[in-house]
Design a protein around this ligand. Structure first.
Ligand code: HEM
Length: 119
């Protein structure tokens, strides 16, 4: 059974995304990216991250991700913050440790294409 169904499908993963999003809104390190104007993009991004992390074929190429994020000048520490809040949301929703490891590994993979500042 894949991770999506293992935890009960969309309603469960929606909870995880909502939990992550409210943490991200409170984070001074990354909440500057979460403006009301780009909310539709953020929603699309969260769905694409979820698909990736649950093992679906990624619809976006790494080059595409690089182009989308380049102008944002995301730092390595902002990326790490993003990942660490995502991990907290998974823990708080009782995702098993071994599944969290898998998900985080997948979300770490595009880091070098998304980050443009090495600090
Ligand atoms: C696994 C990591 C990530 C993936 C797969 C990803 C994917 C995406 C995708 C596919 C879009 C375009 C959404 C659309 O179609 O409208 C997008 C947009 C965006 N992403 Fe990410 N992203 C990642 C990490 C991050 C991080 C760490 C940040 C900030 C700290 C970030 C900030 C943004 C912002 C602000 C937009 C909107 C861009 C704009 O309005 O021009 N992303 N992302």
């Amino acid at each position: 059974m894949n991770l999506y169904h293992k935890y009960g499908g969309m309603s469960f993963w929606n909870e995880v995304l909502n939990n992550f999003y409210s943490k991200a809104l409170q984070s001074e390190k990354i909440n500057q990216f979460l403006t009301p104007e780009n909310f539709p993009h953020i929603q699309a991004m969260l769905i694409s991250q979820l698909e990736m992390s649950l093992g679906a074929q990624n619809r976006y190429s790494m080059e595409g991700l690089m182009e989308t994020h380049m102008h944002l000048e995301i730092t390595s520490s902002q990326y790490n913050e993003w990942i660490s809040l995502y991990k907290e949301a998974l823990i708080e929703n009782y995702v098993l440790y071994e599944d969290i490891e898998k998900i985080i590994r997948v979300l770490q993979a595009p880091k070098k294409f998304i980050v443009s500042k090495n600090y």
